[in-house]
Design a protein around this ligand. Structure first.
Ligand SMILES: Nc1ncnc2c1ncn2[C@@H]1O[C@H](COP(=O)(O)OP(=O)(O)OP(=O)(O)O)[C@@H](O)[C@H]1O
Length: 278
């Protein structure tokens, strides 16, 4: 169950197996004398879906922000396809824990404004078509002219996801995207996400890096699960490979031995080995 360089399961992944989509190399992040992350190293291969799990405060959001280019390592570097990340870019798009919608704009405008910022190359007509497609994909077409305040939590989450999908990022970064949702909505959004990730070409997303607290979600979605040690001085405790064929059937999956073993191992890690006493 240790980290291994394995070919991911998405067909497009095989194109360049030797250059990581994301290379996290000797990354430290200190805030003054407080060491949040210490020597984090991880290669994420093109086509991989990777989840990051760990106790509260271990630096998961910090790591995601470093990949997004919204923050910078104190030491080490994060690379995308071999190039050092120095700031945000249209090749990466982030869905934050709090959705970060602009409350004075409609659902549709929240998507189009993000597109204007992230994809200035698009003409007006193309931007509208892309927005239409994203809103339909997440099932928000009938609500496109509403303000976020008129939406349910699940619908707001869908706007944030539509916005991220619309910019067609090569890498989609998700910070507990489904945390506050009911099980049915969560399941639907997880499947929509998998659909977009596994689609090739237009609308396809090469990599997803997702922070989650949900073990079942991590196993259902991921190719690998990164388990962080507790902070401060958090680092990668273990990387688990999810050796379950795709497409995955939720009901059948939970009965499989591989699933049960992986879940038991993660419960042991998080509940015993890395147990906290808050
Ligand atoms: N700007 C900052 N200044 C000082 N300390 C910070 C700053 N940002 C984060 N930290 C600290 O770094 C550590 C990691 O924070 P981070 O938000 O990445 O954790 P997390 O694993 O995402 O937590 P959670 O699961 O609760 O969202 C925490 O101890 C936090 O207090």
């Amino acid at each position: 169950m240790s980290e291994a360089h394995t070919l991911p399961q998405k067909a497009s992944a095989i194109a360049s197996p030797l250059t990581p989509a994301l290379g996290i190399q000797g990354v430290h992040r200190r805030y003054g004398s407080f060491v949040a992350l210490e020597d984090v190293n991880l290669d994420i291969w093109p086509g991989e879906f990777v989840s990051i799990i760990g106790h509260s405060g271990c630096g998961k959001s910090t790591l995601l922000n470093l990949i997004a280019g919204l923050d910078h390592p104190t030491d080490g570097q994060v690379q995308i396809l071999g190039r050092t990340i120095t700031g945000p870019g249209p090749d990466r798009s982030m869905v934050f824990q709090n959705y970060s919608l602009l409350p004075w704009l409609s659902v549709r405008q929240n998507v189009t404004e993000a597109l204007k910022a992230a994809r200035p190359d698009l003409g007006g007509a193309e931007r509208e078509t892309t927005t239409d497609h994203a809103l339909k994909t997440v099932g928000l077409w009938p609500h496109q002219h509403k303000r976020p305040s008129a939406l349910s939590g699940g619908q707001r989450q869908r706007v944030a996801i539509a916005r991220a999908f619309a910019v067609h990022p090569r890498v989609l970064l998700l910070d507990e995207p489904f945390g506050a949702l009911d099980a049915i909505t969560k399941g639907k959004l997880q499947d929509e996400l998998l659909g977009l990730w596994s689609a090739e070409g237009e609308g396809g997303i090469s990599n997803v890096v997702m922070v989650t607290h949900d073990i079942d979600e991590a196993i259902y979605l991921s190719d690998r699960i990164v388990v962080m040690s507790n902070g401060p001085r958090a680092h990668i405790h273990e990387v688990l490979k999810v050796d379950l064929p795709r497409p995955r059937d939720r009901a059948a999956l939970v009965k499989s031995d591989t699933y049960q073993e992986l879940k038991a191992h993660m419960l042991h890690l998080l509940g015993t080995v890395l147990a906290t006493h808050h």
